[in-house]
Structure formats: structure tokens, C-alpha cells
Design a protein around this ligand. Structure first.
Ligand SMILES: [Zn+2]
Length: 132
């Protein structure tokens, strides 16, 4: 059986997600600094007032293949922080059951319980078509 997260636990995940978000932002800034100094200054200025709109702009602007992975992770973190904001964090997006805390600890951005994730992976992984 899984249990609903307490406010305290949610706060800990929120801090963890924010830390990772900051670290990623620094990594992306460093990578951009390598590729284009002017763009970095522009980006850094906008990231500074990190509202959601600014973040959306940032994500649209970032198209460098080398940082795609980081951008994807930032999106996942952003989505997880949004779920915290609307109090649906830790709830499976498919079956609405609570996600096991062990799973959230390992993957704070998890949006599915392990059962639904495995079903999802079976359906979409390996390029296979869903069976009728
Ligand atoms: Zn589920």
C-alpha cells in the first residue's frame, strides 16, 4: 500500500527539484557560454526573472542538440514543480493513485506509479504498436 505524501515530504521534494533545476540552469549557461557568449548574456538576463513565461521563452530559444537532454530534464522538473503547485504531486497521472515514496525518492519527476509506467513502457517502447 502507498500513502499520501505529507506537506513536509512534498517540501523536501520541492527543494530537491529546485536544487536540480538551479544546477541544470548553471550547466546550460556554461554550455551556452562555450557556444555563443552574446546569446548567453541575453539568456542569463531573461532566466534571471525566472517566471514561467521567461522559462517558456528560454525553452523555445534553446535548440542546441548538445543541451537537449538538459532541457528535457528541466521540462520534467518544471512539470513536477507545477504538480506541486496544484497539489497533484506524487499522484499517478494515469490511475490517480499515490506514487510510492521509494519511487519518488529515486525519480522525483516521476508522474506515473510503477505499474502504469511499466504498462506505458510496454505500449510505447521498442517501437512496437499497441496490440489490439
Ligand atoms: Zn498509476
Amino acid at each position: 500500500m502507498t500513502v499520501q505524501l505529507t506537506d513536509h515530504q512534498i517540501n523536501e521534494f520541492k527543494m530537491k527539484l529546485n536544487d536540480r533545476f538551479m544546477a541544470l540552469r548553471r550547466e546550460i549557461s556554461a554550455e551556452l557560454l562555450h557556444t555563443d557568449e552574446e546569446q548567453y548574456v541575453d539568456l542569463a538576463g531573461r532566466v534571471h526573472d525566472s517566471g514561467e513565461v521567461a522559462l517558456a521563452d528560454l525553452l523555445v530559444d534553446i535548440e542546441l542538440a548538445s543541451i537537449d537532454r538538459h532541457v528535457q530534464e528541466i521540462r520534467d522538473i518544471d512539470a513536477a514543480l507545477m504538480r506541486i503547485a496544484v497539489s497533484s504531486y506524487g499522484e499517478c497521472c494515469d490511475c490517480q493513485e499515490p506514487i510510492a515514496i521509494e519511487r519518488l525518492t529515486a525519480y522525483p519527476t516521476a508522474k506515473r506509479c510503477i505499474g502504469c509506467q511499466e504498462a506505458h513502457d510496454r505500449t510505447f517502447a521498442h517501437g512496437g504498436q499497441p496490440k489490439l
